[in-house]
Design a protein around this ligand. Sequence first.
Ligand SMILES: C[S@@+](CC[C@H](N)C(=O)[O-])C[C@H]1O[C@@H](n2cnc3c(N)ncnc32)[C@H](O)[C@@H]1O
Length: 440
Amino acid sequence: MDMAAEVHRSVIELLIAQAAGHCATFADLLASLPGVGPDDAAVALDYLAARQLIDPAAAERLNPRALAHQDNDVLAGEDDSLPCPHPLDYDWRFTPDAAERLRAQCVQVSDSGDIIALLGTPTVLKAAAARPDGRRWALLEANPAVNAVLNKAAPRAALRCDLARDNLPHLQARVVAADPPWYPAHTRVFLWATAQVSMLGATVLLAQPGAGTRPGILAERSELLAYAATCGLQPVRISPGTLEYNCPPFERLVLERNGLAAAVPLTWRRGDLIELRHTTVRQRERPELDSEQSWREVVLNRARLRFRLDPQAADKTRPADPRLIPLVDGDILTSVSRRDLTRCRAAVWTASNRVFGCRAPGLLAVIASALADGEPALPAAGTWLGRPPNPAEISRIEHAVDQLARLTRAELASGPAASEPADSISGQPTPHPAIAWSAS
Ligand SMILES: C[S@@+](CC[C@H](N)C(=O)[O-])C[C@H]1O[C@@H](n2cnc3c(N)ncnc32)[C@H](O)[C@@H]1O
């Protein structure tokens, strides 16, 4: 274990040793910790209990694995009008209350007619669409399936935009609310974009992970605030733990796998809200986002399946083999962390966090897409190969078709289905008109 992880673990143990006596349930304990995840908290609790470092009665009372599993779906307050989140998008959505509070905060610091830019915060646009307020709202969001749904409620307000690559619209926003994937490289991109789309004096509301979310968060934050300053953004206020998130289905399955689902509320996750002010105009180059993997999405029988398309994932050997290869026990990745090493080996990834290897994910995507369109797989595979499949390939393609059928059944059984089809989110640059939707 590296030094940062060691320090992180000791701090969690210290916080739990201090809080355990005052908490009635594991859920209370989680709520008392600054963003610490259920897995880390459970490990620390086990460690302290095994060494009798906390009161035995508290250890018994707080043991998250002692509770029988119950279906706590009804507690989620889930927003099923948007497409089900996919783990590859790091898509953690606010609870409706949190989205509404952010919306109200944006309105409070702006005037009628002002533009409010939402960077990766679709649930705030959804809240705005429900309450006319005279502001002009513009969501810049990379996920086309989410934008398609939102544009029905707030016409032309959701712009498909990859903030790391695409041209940004000229907005001069009075307020920006941003919730990047919780990693420094993404956050730098969102901060840079914030400075580009906002006017001098603008208020910026930035969601960030709580200090206990993973090792090194405060060091990361210090570096990010220094970067923000170079973009002309100065911190004004930090409100720890004020942003509440819904647990997405892919995280729920991980909790179930780890035996924690019964003890963990579906709204356990909390983020910090950092308010900044755009104080100075600074010209900076757009920060680079590491060349990320590129994925194609196919919605098959309402299951959201992603296939890796970048050259590293392709295997040109013959015969072509599109079969799914198991990577982890039970197929579900028992972590939602970007640091999990299985991420590098996965070539097929579902919305419920099922991951597989595959020697020809591009071919499997073409097969899935043909099936989704009600077409036979073999001719589509032949087009992709540029020749008719040979007998060995035909048998592998047929096997892959069976695997896809089983996979989509498992997806539907374990998570909400996608509500809107999407073709691909592999990030083709798209031009944007400078428009904003007015909620009047
Ligand atoms: C952590 S989620 C935040 C969702 C937010 N909490 C909500 O409830 O509306 C990050 C969001 O940013 C979007 N996103 C990720 N990378 C992006 C990029 N490069 N450009 C634009 N949007 C991006 C994701 O699709 C997702 O909607």
